[in-house]
Design a protein around this ligand. Structure first.
Ligand code: FES
Length: 355
């Protein structure tokens, strides 16, 4: 099927000077032009200098995207993770995270803006309609689709506009690299680090918000309290990170002593209060959804469910390992304390746990 633009507007592909970007051959293969829709040529359709300017702008945007991708890559290796910087409105934050986020965001944004600018200024903007075809296309229709694809490619000007093509290819070639370098964050294995938490013998258990010591009577049957070791703030201050806080987080749950079916050690509860690591053994989400009637603890990330009345065993979901239990008792003043540190590594199970 051969089509002509018969719309009553200013565009006539037969006049070379009015259709500088679209060859006659291409226009004859386009779908039927939308009837009754006025079409106005853009400045870039008629002024080669304006078109060239737009081309340079698009290439600059793609080039800037490449620049920010390079900033991302360099920052990933050059900025120490521990480096903190103060930013107004945000406060003190990780320098590397901030630069990675900003540079990656700009890398994506600039490719998007460049593509939009290219489409608006340089690609063909002729209004067209395309009739619906049967679901199974005939051979000639398939050929038409291929032609339309070729026409689209030619209309975009990617063949002729070397500057845009090269800058876009450069930006797209660099763009996947951040995903590759981020694989580094999958390692190294923490090995023994997950065996060591802040918990040790006689440390008081405090709430994770007010840091008040806890008495057994503060926890009614059926209640759950998120808690920390009493020295957690000092450790945070000293290490300038939240690693210990993440590893040492626990949950205290109180049930009737006769409801406890099993524990990870003899009498590790105190009057029905049991303490378990708050970090899911699947991939490490913090857990706090407790169903007091069944004593089940549900991880919100992938729905692993642990039975706190039965040694914290997983009973549903992807977690394959029980939640580590902390043995507790009270000091002479009646405050809850740890009897010892965790006896098993806390957190995700996919690491090498034999170290
Ligand atoms: S992190 Fe808890 S189920 Fe996946």
């Amino acid at each position: 099927m051969t089509n002509k633009f018969d719309i009553n507007n200013t565009f006539d592909p037969d006049k070379e000077d009015q259709a500088p970007k679209i060859s006659k051959e291409i226009t004859t293969k386009l779908p039927t032009a939308a009837k009754g829709v006025d079409h106005y040529l853009r400045r870039t359709d008629t002024d080669p200098k304006a078109a060239r300017r737009a081309e340079i702008q698009v290439a600059t945007l793609f080039g800037a995207s490449s620049f920010f991708t390079l900033v991302f890559l360099v920052s990933f290796v050059a900025i120490p993770r521990e480096k903190k910087i103060a930013v107004s409105l945000i406060g003190v934050t990780g320098g590397q995270n901030l630069v990675l986020g900003v540079s990656f965001g700009f890398a994506i944004l600039l490719i998007g803006i460049g593509a939009i600018h290219w489409a608006k200024k340089l690609m063909s903007d002729v209004e067209v309609v395309q009739e619906r075809k049967e679901i199974k296309p005939a051979d000639d229709v398939q050929q038409e689709a291929l032609d339309a694809f070729r026409v689209g490619a030619e209309e975009s000007g990617i063949g002729q506009r070397k500057l845009i093509r090269r800058s876009l290819l450069g930006a797209l070639a660099l763009f996947p690299l951040p995903f590759v370098v981020m694989l580094r964050d999958l390692g190294p294995s923490p090995k023994g680090e997950l065996r060591e938490t802040a918990w040790e013998e006689d440390l008081h258990i405090v709430t994770d918000i007010t840091y008040q010591k806890i008495r057994p009577e503060d926890i009614p049957v059926g209640n759950l309290v998120s808690a920390m070791p009493e020295n957690i703030l000092e450790i945070q201050e000293e290490e300038q990170n939240l690693n210990e806080r993440g590893k040492s987080a626990i949950l205290l749950v109180r049930m009737r002593p006769e409801e406890i079916k099993s524990q990870q050690g003899p009498d590790w509860d105190y009057q029905g209060i049991v303490a378990y690591s708050k970090i899911c053994t699947h991939v490490g989400c913090p857990i706090a959804l407790y169903e007091q009637r069944t004593h089940h603890l549900l991880c919100p990330c992938h729905q692993s469910t642990f039975d706190l009345a039965d040694s914290g065993q997983p009973i549903f979901g992807p977690a394959a390992r029980r939640l580590p239990q902390l043995a507790i008792t009270v000091d002479e003043e009646g405050y809850l304390i740890a009897r010892q540190g965790f006896q098993e590594p806390v957190g995700p199970s996919f690491w090498e746990r034999g170290a």
